[in-house]
Write a protein that binds this ligand. Structure first.
Ligand code: C2E
Ligand code: CA
Ligand code: CA
Length: 760
């Protein structure tokens, strides 16, 4: 033994990486440096490997450094060493002094002298002897280089001690003997712990056996090194608890599908920092290669200092539940009628595209809105219209391929997602295809449609909900434009501005309806000239909106908004009051015979109490009904013809005048006009403008006048701007004219002033 040795043997076991540890590892004399996770097997293998690689050199005495090292290991190592030659304690030759080290004596409790005499087999526990011998035989016969084993030695007091041994064979050149060196590690404490654990495992196992999964206790490391695993492990993973314990065959981390591993460990760290319980759902790969969904509930076990000692948890098989959930999702994401993926599916699809995929190619959404299906249901029943929707979905579906997907976002709206198209021209071409497919089916059914297009690269910063809202705006717009052929309508930001403006108008009109701002909507009056007497016989009221936010808003902007929102009912009443006030003022100024034409919407007419309210207004203002003419446009007759015509009859019977506005632009014909309960017809601007371009004999304006007269109606020509038009109208016996030629619409005072001057 050499006392001058100064290099210590250090085995660094560490759980962390870091500068502190690395510096330590660089100190002279460090032999083995290992990071966690550590298992006993790993530590001893590491030591064995190290010793094995150095042993021959050391023993040969070729390198003095190694010799020194071996001396250190032999006399000071915390593990026992036993050297044998041809299977017997090595008691002669140059290695005799290395036969048995002090630690070996300490572990087994036997003195060296006794051991030399008796040999190792004598002190080996009888139950472990067989296995040890078998292994030793393999080593002796050169079939293995080394072996390791957990075995018990019998101590002098009759008790036994558990050890882990590693036996390595080597031989010297020129030496006829075979040597075996045995390293012995005392694992008594570990074995006792394991036994206790086994015991508790057995009782826990009993408790947990009905569990459709497994319970465990593991180290806090990224391998999930299992200390305890319940029996359910086999059914869940296909591996036995023994396979997983101490990572014997594999670690639990190996069982988890790779894509979840880092995420789970990160989540552990995060939750444990707050001492929280936590639940995860993830997938594992069972021994037979099947994927399984599991739900895991874990909690940390903390030591007195708050450090994590271990983790305990339960892992349950939820594959069935996931399957069921997936089915639910499928049901949830498909339309019941057409079977197409629905709005949620589209939202999810777009969301995933936006967040996960890097897509270079162009993408667009094309929305097809089918309109008036409701009327079909009303006439032929819901089944009929459903059948139609299914046929539409089939027709549209025929265009689908890998870069063209079809969804349905409402019972009457379909949305294509197109990808990898070239230019807008390709979109136009696609839209043409869709149109011609639909044309065949829908024109017979008298069902219209609109197509809205949204190019996704035009709205890169918008989220899915905004994108779908914009698409809806575009397709609603195209519906509004629908005439003979559905026009395609590309979304642009102007549309949003328009929508915002409409919303603002709606808010302000709502305020008026609630009685907030009585001056929001005011009336102007446009004089109507009687051609026969050349006198102003009345005025047409034209409503205007003075918005605090938007300035002056023309009726063509706010009336449709009021109609859409049904606010027209109260706004219309407000207009009627103002017109009645004006009539009263006319009367008081001496113009008792001058009338006012009031524009009204179908919605107002269809309101049950319209006539009743009107009558009370008449009473309130002492109005002569003959002085009011109600103007309705032809479009009011497109629906509810009978009801509307009945309401008009009531108005006429009460003494009011009824005028058909914008005659010639819409659906009516003289054939129908005969049935209408009107007494006046206003010829639309179209026929008045024509007078400027066509020669007299080519215009039909005169014919319209005489036909109307034949039906007993008076005729007003609208928007007369030129003297020549007036002349023509006079020649053809038109009763009244109205337009910039006479006057623009005037404020109330100006209108009265105009009346005065003109009468003079
Ligand atoms: P409308 O009843 O056909 O009214 C005639 C429109 O032509 C008015 O536009 C008027 O200002 C304009 N106009 C009059 N003379 C001429 C002319 O010589 N040349 C040209 N180019 N235009 C002329 P406005 O005031 O913008 O009204 C548009 C439409 O709004 C009206 O068409 C009417 O349908 C609707 N409207 C106006 N006031 C009301 C109302 O109080 N209630 C309802 N329901 N609709 C209204
Ligand atoms: Ca009018
Ligand atoms: Ca008109």
């Amino acid at each position: 033994m050499r006392d001058s040795i100064s290099l210590p043997l250090v085995v660094v076991l560490t759980a962390q990486n870091g500068p502190k540890v690395d510096v330590l590892a660089l100190r002279p004399g460090v032999v083995i440096y290992m990071r966690k996770p550590l298992t006993e097997a790993k530590v001893s293998t590491e030591i064995a490997n190290h010793l094995e690689s150095n042993m021959n050199d050391v023993i040969r005495g070729e390198t003095p450094g190694s010799e020194i090292l071996f001396e250190v290991i032999f006399w000071r190592a915390p593990f026992g060493m036993f050297l044998s030659r041809n299977g017997k304690t090595c008691i002669s030759g140059k290695y005799a002094k290395y036969a048995i080290n002090p630690m070996f004596e300490q572990i087994t409790g036997w003195k060296k002298e006794y051991l030399i005499e008796q040999g190792w087999e004598h002190i080996t526990h009888p139950e472990d002897l067989e296995e040890d011998r078998r292994n030793f035989h393999l080593l002796e016969t050169g079939r293995v280089q080394y072996y390791e084993l957990d075995k018990r030695f019998i101590k002098p007091d009759g008790t036994s001690v558990w050890t882990h041994i590693i036996v390595i064979a080597f031989h010297e050149e020129g030496d006829i003997h075979d040597y075996q060196i045995c390293l012995v590690q005392d694992i008594q404490t570990r074995k006792l712990l394991e036994k206790a654990l086994e015991e508790s495992e057995r009782s826990k196992g009993l408790l947990l056996s009905p569990l459709p999964g497994m319970a465990y206790r593991c180290n806090y490391d990224s391998e999930w090194t299992m200390q305890f695993v319940s029996e359910g492990c086999l059914a869940l993973t296909g591996y036995t608890p023994q396979d997983l314990r101490w990572n014997k065959r594999l670690s639990f981390n190996d069982v988890i599908l790779p894509e979840y591993r880092d995420k789970l460990f990160e989540e552990w760290k995060r939750k444990l920092a707050f001492h929280e319980h936590f639940t995860f759902e993830y997938e594992i790969l069972a021994a037979d290669g099947t994927r399984k969904w599991v739900s895991e509930h874990v909690q940390g076990i903390f030591d007195a200092d708050g450090g994590v000692e271990a983790l305990e948890g339960i892992i349950l098989d939820i594959t069935e539940r996931k399957k069921y959930e997936r089915e639910l999702v499928t049901i949830n994401e498909h339309d019941q009628v057409t079977g197409l993926p629905n709005r949620s599916a589209l939202e999810k699809f777009l969301y995933e595209r936006q967040n996960h995929a890097v897509i270079e190619a162009k993408q667009a959404l094309v929305s097809i809105n089918i309109r008036n299906v409701y009327y079909l249901s009303k006439s032929f029943g819901a089944e009929y219209s459903q059948g139609l929707i299914i046929r539409i979905s089939e027709i549209l579906g025929s265009l689908c391929n890998h870069s063209c997907r079809l969804f349905t976002t409402s019972p009457t709206r379909f949305v294509y997602h197109l990808e990898s198209y070239g230019t807008k021209l390709d979109l136009d071409e696609f839209y043409d295809k869709v149109s011609s497919l639909l044309q065949g089916l829908l024109s017979i059914e008298r069902v219209g449609w609109g197509i809205g297009v949204l190019e996704l690269d035009m709205v890169p910063e918008k989220n899915v909900r905004e994108v779908l809202r914009d698409l809806l705006i575009a397709s609603e717009e195209s519906i509004d434009r629908f005439e003979d052929v559905a026009p395609v309508c590309y979304f642009d930001d102007e549309m949003v501005l328009r929508i915002d403006r409409e919303a603002q108008i709606m808010r302000e009109l709502g305020g008026l309806a609630m009685g907030e701002d009585n001056e929001l909507v005011f009336l102007q009056y446009q004089p109507i000239l009687d051609l026969l007497s050349n006198q102003v016989c009345g005025f047409e009221e034209l409503a205007r909106m003075q918005s605090p936010q938007l300035g002056l808003v023309p009726p063509l902007d706010f009336i449709p908004v009021a109609e859409k929102s049904k606010l027209i009912i109260s706004i219309g009443y407000h207009i009627l009051r103002k017109a009645s006030q004006f009539l009263l003022r006319l009367k008081s100024e001496g113009y008792a015979h001058t009338g006012v034409s009031v524009n009204i919407s179908a919605i107002q007419l269809l309101k049950k109490d319209f006539i009743t309210n009107l009558k009370s207004l008449v009473v309130e203002f002492g109005t002569d009904p003959k002085r009011i003419i109600f103007e309705v446009t032809e479009s009011v007759f497109t629906s509810n013809f009978k009801e509307i015509n009945q309401a008009l009859a009531e108005l006429r019977d009460y003494g009011f005048g009824v005028a058909l506005d914008d005659f010639g632009t819409g659906y009516s014909s003289f054939a129908r006009e005969r049935e209408l309960n009107i007494n006046l017809l206003k010829i639309d601007k179209y026929f008045i403008d024509k007078l400027m371009i066509l020669r007299d004999e080519n215009t039909i304006t005169g014919d319209i006048i005489s036909m109307a007269h034949k039906l007993g109606h008076l005729v007003v020509a609208e928007e007369v701007e030129h003297e020549s038009q007036k002349k023509y109208l006079e020649r053809h016996g038109c009763d009244m004219i109205q337009g910039y030629l006479i006057s623009r619409p005037l404020d109330e005072d100006a209108a009265l002033e105009f009346l005065k001057t003109h009468q003079e």
